[in-house]
Design a protein around this ligand. Sequence first.
Ligand code: NAD
Length: 488
Amino acid sequence: MDKYMYINGQWVAAVNGQTRTIINPYNQEPVANVPEGDETDTQAAINAAREAFDYGVWPYKPATERGNIVLTIAELIERDKAELAELETMDTGKTLTESLDDMSDIADVFRYYGGLADKDDGDIIDSPIPDSRSKVVREPVGVCGQITPWNYPLLQASWKLAPALATGNTIVIKPSEITPLTTIKVTELMEEAGVPMGVVNLVLGPGTKTGQLLAESHAVDLISFTGGIETGRKIMMAASGNFKKIALELGGKNPNIVFADADFETAVDQALNAVFFHAGQVCSAGARLLIEDTIHDAFVEALVERTKHITLGNGFDSSVQSGPLISKEHLRKVENYVAVGVKEGAELIIGGKRPEDEVLQAGFFFEPTIFINCDSSMRIVQEETFGPLLTIERFSTEEQAIQLANDSKYGLAGAIWTNNSDKGGRVASQLRMGTVWINDFHPYFAQAPWGGYKSSGIGRELGKQGLDEYTEVKHVFENTNPTPLNWF
Ligand code: NAD
């Protein structure tokens, strides 16, 4: 199948004529050809979004009408959920069950922000100046550049598109060059829902030639990025040219803390779920397991036993629990981290290599991998490996668990397993992270904010906070005294 970019209401190829073949990471078979755009296409998309914001109707449309269009997008996603999920599985290798789940979450995100679109009436301020009126209103920021990663292609796009549309902004979205298919499809749905020409523009191509210009351009007012820490740094620097607003959702190295009083069986199952879900390619993966000394050995034994039974394979096969890594380059990166871990003195107790199964050799598979005897000085404990790689440390006191969990440049998410609710609350309040789960791992939803402390990012997505990112705050003061105070 051939796909196109969407600029100023037209489906177009790249001006340079280049294309990229999208492959299925399960077997490396081609699934689509897409344009490989560059700065020329990106500039055209920025111009279209600028024009639509400065002279178009979208920012001034009644918020209820904008909200209804966003709600229609949610309905269309529900209608085409099966097709969208299949595209996501073909593009990323993740299981179809997971892709279907993502699509439900994505429809929820559009529904949530469609519903919120007309709920902000502004604030009347009790002005201290006699004979005056004062109000505070929120307005759209302007042209928004949105750059997304490959691990949750459409989910991450929805967290940006829905609040930006609901608040009246115009958009240039650039998905990861290796996983653009669902973002292309949802752009078709946005067109069908009645989003006017120029309001949403889709550019495809490598980040250095497309995303970089979005971050640099003085015609872009906001850049929202989800991806790795090094790219985030480049974007932040490029964005400083016109001091555009920035929202960065970066990586994580998320601690999963198991106290001895936790429900043992549930905590073991969930420790696997925390790290091996989507082959560990999750920003909030529980890749650092901290286990209380007294249960450490039994816990590790149970974990290894269950890890042996994780089924790898084709995401379209319903018995499969985990798909491949996204690409050859990423597979090499994860393999390299295993070598680093061994060199650092961590003990590899399961996995650490590609599976021997011949069918799986065609894809980018890697076995679920566990290291024990790890400590905070190790790179495999500190760096985001973004693969099925678990490091295990032990602790003996609550204070030590907190200290180890916080000993990271990241601060995205973490979890605590305990049957003592006071302890759970106490520890949660001391973890320097944007999300803390107690006796669970992974839940997120449209209504609750998502984002990181420390180097895990700037700003929040989802929740009311995610909507605020896409608005400027304006104070309107009106004097009603015909002879206002005059100093001259
Ligand atoms: P990446 O940083 O390599 O790429 C992300 C996007 O940035 C892609 O679209 C890419 O084309 C673009 N890009 C690359 N160079 C650019 C440049 N110089 N200027 C502008 N754009 C550029 O990340 P990835 O490998 O696609 O995704 C994995 C990363 O995403 C992980 O670090 C993960 O933790 C992070 N992530 C974070 C969250 C979160 O919510 N915090 C969610 C999902 C993924």
